[in-house]
Design a protein around this ligand. Sequence first.
Ligand code: PLP
Length: 457
Amino acid sequence: MTSTAQRSVSESAAAHLWPHFSRLSAFATGSVPVITRGEGAHIFDENGKRYLDGLAGLFVVQAGHGRRELAAAAAAQASELAYFPLWSHVHPKAVELAERIAHEAPGDLNRVFFTTSGSEAVETAWKLAKQYFKLAGKPGKHKVISRTTAYHGTTHGALSITGVQPYRAPFEPLVPGAHKVPTTNFYRAPEHADDLEAFGVWAADQIETAIVAEGPDTVAAVFLEPVQNSGGCFTPPPGYFARVRAICDRHDVLLVSDEVICAWGRLGHAFGATRFGYQPDIITCAKGLTSGYSPLGAAIISDRLAEPFLHGDATFLHGYTFGGHPVSCAVALANLDIFDREDLYGRVRDNAAALRSTLERLHDLPIVGDVRGDGYFLAVELVKDKATKESFTDEESERILRGYVSTALFDGGLYCRTDDRGDPVIQISPPLICGQPEFDEIESVLREVLTKAVGML
Ligand code: PLP
């Protein structure tokens, strides 16, 4: 090993750290940004330069950075009981948090299984669905249906549900029985492009077609996000979820609402299912539950699914050492206190239209094809030709989007995400404490960078 005495943090990162979902070659120069501090809606790098956190870290930091009371809640819990597992024994903060989550969750979602991450929550939901149907006398029901381009996590089960092909390919073969249906991308609707409701009916019916094709006796669950992130904030057309719910009921298939991003205020409610008025059988969540001050995820499960496990020796043989960690549960409770005290859900509902109309000002740029999403969760789709909706070639994506837009936004003081898992989009998902001044700051950096990008076409 070489001496570390003279190295900068980013040089050490280049030598030893394996960053997630990143090209190691991009780190090789030793010039990777190092973020050292956060305050409110802003983050700061090692040189003290300030950036607006337009992505809430990674759809996580709902309450904003630098909340001393969340740090204090973590410290107090770590001093009292730093760790104990949720295996056979319980600890008070997990119980209190489970009760509070059940109280906020829609309908009969009364049972909370804690994890440390979103992938684990998704993994948990699939495994629970399989075992539930075994106990319910339908052992053949094990398959899952989800949407193309959707991201549901990286563990083998969750990755099988994920529909982002490049993320899957290196790890094939994945878990068998995970099938994909079309998204609700109305901007590029393959059918009913002039009628949103008809498109919604069509998109929902694709799920029924898949269930029937696979055999209803073999399908356990459908995994959907309230608003699909990957591909760029695809919202559900009116009536979509009501129709999906009816399809699931018809075939005794569970509806899992994967709300790892959409829960905890991102759409102006505790849960996206509440925002769109549907009743899932399981909600998976993580990220914003603690605003990122400590890792925590959860699968929130209906009474019906828990029922067969209430008797005799039936056991869900599944768990994680750190699932429901006492420090994370204490932080989550303090975080939800902030949400209540500052009415962050109401704040999102009150300001969502303003965020959207601020970004819609960018429509005057020829490179902006679509602005879509819901709440504080929006995507700006970039196109080469606005009239035809033609997208970029691979070479243009590499040169303009990866080579210029993404770094120029950051250099311009805006941390957000350019994403080309589907057609290229810029994703905006700020902390829930943001208002018009931050919206204007986002728009102004986007405008400057995208105006220059037009000149590169
Ligand atoms: N599900 C959805 C909808 C997500 O957006 C994510 C992560 O972004 C996950 C699951 C996986 O969560 P994690 O990265 O915490 O494992």
